[in-house]
Design a protein around this ligand. Structure first.
Ligand SMILES: O=C(O)CCC(=O)C(=O)O
Ligand SMILES: [Fe+2]
Length: 187
């Protein structure tokens, strides 16, 4: 997983026109998280969700879902099903990478439905920086863009916000920025 995320970081850097190894090196000492999701079958799938709509606060999510299916992304004003493929991984941009790219890459709202007859499993690898690392876009990216979209923060600040105060959605970074600035002004 670490190797896959390293390759993804190189591709993302190249697509943004920054030093190819910048993000790969940034995440080298990261504290990534692996989570196994288990969704029992549900007699009334239209009345329940396995995981409600959210954006991942982490940087990248590398997800493998079994053949039951249930992952959906919100795109073009509708929930679209991500067809399971045993030979493919789903790669999702999270809030932290959105900040690291100064908003050029967007995190994506997604959810998981439940199945009437079958239980479902998915395996998610969340790529995260070291907790005390400052989340800031690379200077060669800022050189081409005049304004910073988000203030500097640490992954542990965002983790604390999304675990204790706010369920990550498509307005997380705006609300997190307000929370961060108001909590700093109290110190
Ligand atoms: O089970 C899935 O397909 C999605 C899980 C998910 O979104 C998550 O663990 O953050
Ligand atoms: Fe997620």
């Amino acid at each position: 997983m670490k190797r896959v995320s390293g390759v993804m970081m190189e591709l993302l850097a190249m697509s943004l026109g920054v030093d190819r190894l910048h993000y790969k090196k940034y995440f080298e000492d990261g504290s990534s998280i692996m989570r196994c999701n288990y969704y029992p079958s549900c007699q009334e799938p239209s009345l329940a969700l396995g995981t409600g709509p959210h954006c991942d606060p982490t940087s990248l999510t590398i997800l493998h879902q079994d053949q039951v299916g249930g992952l959906q992304v919100y795109s073009n004003n509708t929930w679209q099903t991500v067809r399971p493929r045993h030979d493919a991984l789903v790669i999702n941009i999270g809030e932290t990478f959105m900040a690291l790219s100064n908003g050029k890459y967007k995190s994506c709202l997604h959810r998981a439905t439940v199945n009437r007859y079958k239980e479902r499993r998915s395996l998610a690898f969340f790529v995260c920086p070291r907790e005390d690392k400052v989340v800031r876009p690379p200077s060669d990216l800022l050189g081409t863009q005049s304004t910073r979209m988000y203030p500097d923060f640490t992954w542990s600040d965002l983790l604390q916000f999304t675990q204790n105060h706010y369920r990550a959605d498509d307005a997380t970074l705006q609300n997190f920025t307000k929370w961060l600035l108001s909590s700093k002004s109290l110190i």
